[in-house]
Design a protein around this ligand. Structure first.
Ligand code: IPM
Ligand code: MN
Length: 371
């Protein structure tokens, strides 16, 4: 029995999650697997009516589950950052999900490049540090003190910043930070994954030519880890990387990237593979509770229209099965999606006519026909 906490979230989240659950349910009808789903209303509605983001009680409840299956978080009625940091990032950090795995295989025939080029990339985005730590603030009139705190499973750190400028202006800080032990465990995971797929080269992305404090530590760890593991690796600056992913995606197989740049290049790469409607992600803690979600957001303007592509969420369910040790069932979901596409069923974002529900139904039908 796999205990799954389901967080449909905001906007189109509930619609796509419903299709993901449809697919998981057809697995339990046809294969030896059982799920116990429990839904949580950790979302913008609850925030707007009660002021609650993620509470300690929520975290305590969620700890009882094997995995978290999430739709999307985000609402136009709330100031940017409140829900993102208070819910999504709070969940990633609370469960110490330090790896964000975003597979990006080309989905034929939906690839968006003019040139016919085949590729299959796995991006690993660091998921708890970098410019995402939420440490920063403002000093007015050039003077002020910021008492900052970064609390993670690996450490609880206080940082004090004393600013004293000779200009009476307003200054805002956003501090990026990485820690050696976190980079080490992240690199270990990426190296293990490349071993698993028989790949000997890792492309490591950063901007060490400008942010040389933070990314020299990052590089030091990568050099050391790869040397010990006998892995080849090479560095790419993120600006050149965005170009290369459009020009020659077939040159890459495994990519490791810091949190902020990873956010950006995974949207870019999703578009190259066929669109955000096809891109899933796993927030992974190899020894803890992982969380699976589509890369796309809550797309409020499409809410309730039954037109959003649920495949990213269905593929997030596939990643969840892989992570729960059922790669066999992950493969079944993958074949279900491929089968539905091969029958010519796809949603509007891909140039098709299927509704959200019809797309889910087609995947379910394709899975049934595998038996
Ligand atoms: C993502 C999203 C989030 C991120 C936001 C909503 C905090 O863009 O999952 O890619 O930046 O990680
Ligand atoms: Mn993003």
């Amino acid at each position: 029995m796999h205990k799954i906490a389901v967080l449909p979230g905001d906007g189109i989240g509930p619609e796509v999650v419903a299709e993901g659950l449809k697919v998981l349910n057809v697995l339990s009808e046809n294969y030896s697997v059982k799920f116990d789903f429990q839904e949580f209303d950790i979302n913008s509605e609850r925030y707007l009516s009660t002021g609650k983001l993620v509470t300690d009680d929520d975290i305590g409840q969620l700890r009882k589950f094997d995995s978290i299956f999430l739709g999307a978080i985000g609402d136009d009625r709330v100031k940017p950052g409140v829900l993102e940091k208070g819910i999504l990032l709070a969940l990633r950090f609370s469960f110490d999900q330090y790896i964000n795995h975003r597979p990006a295989p080309l989905w034929k025939p939906f690839g968006r490049l003019k040139r016919d080029v085949d590729f299959n990339i796995d991006v690993f985005r660091e998921n708890t540090e970098d410019y995402y730590i939420g440490a920063g603030g403002r000093v007015s009139n050039g003077k002020g003190k910021l008492d900052l705190r970064v609390k993670r499973q690996l450490y609880d750190m206080k940082v004090t910043l004393d600013a004293n400028a000779d200009a009476a202006d307003d200054f805002a800080f956003e501090i990026g930070m990485m820690s050696r032990k976190n980079i080490e465990r992240f690199a270990d995971h990426v190296i293990d994954f490349s071993d698993l797929i028989g790949e000997n080269y890792i492309t490591v992305v950063d901007k060490a030519n400008v942010c040389s404090n933070i990314y020299s530590l990052w590089r030091e760890v990568w050099d050391d880890k790869c040397r010990r593991a006998g892995k080849e690796h090479g560095y790419m600056y993120v600006d050149a990387m965005t170009m290369a992913l459009v020009k020659n995606p077939d040159k890459f197989r495994v990519i490791a990237v810091p949190n902020m740049f990873g956010d950006i290049i995974t949207d870019l790469l999703a578009e190259v593979t066929g669109g955000l409607g096809l891109a899933p992600g796993g927030n992974i803690n190899p020894k803890g509770i992982s969380m699976f979600e589509p890369v796309h957001g809550s797309a409020p303007k499409y809410k309730g229209m039954d037109r959003i592509n649920p495949v990213a969420t269905i593929l997030a369910a596939k990643m969840m099965m892989d992570n729960l040790g059922r790669r066999d069932l992950g493969e079944v979901i993958f074949k279900g999606v491929r089968g539905a596409f091969d029958k010519g069923v796809y949603t509007q974002d891909l140039g098709g006519k299927a509704t959200t529900r019809q797309m889910g139904d087609a995947v379910v039908a394709a899975i049934r026909s595998l038996k």
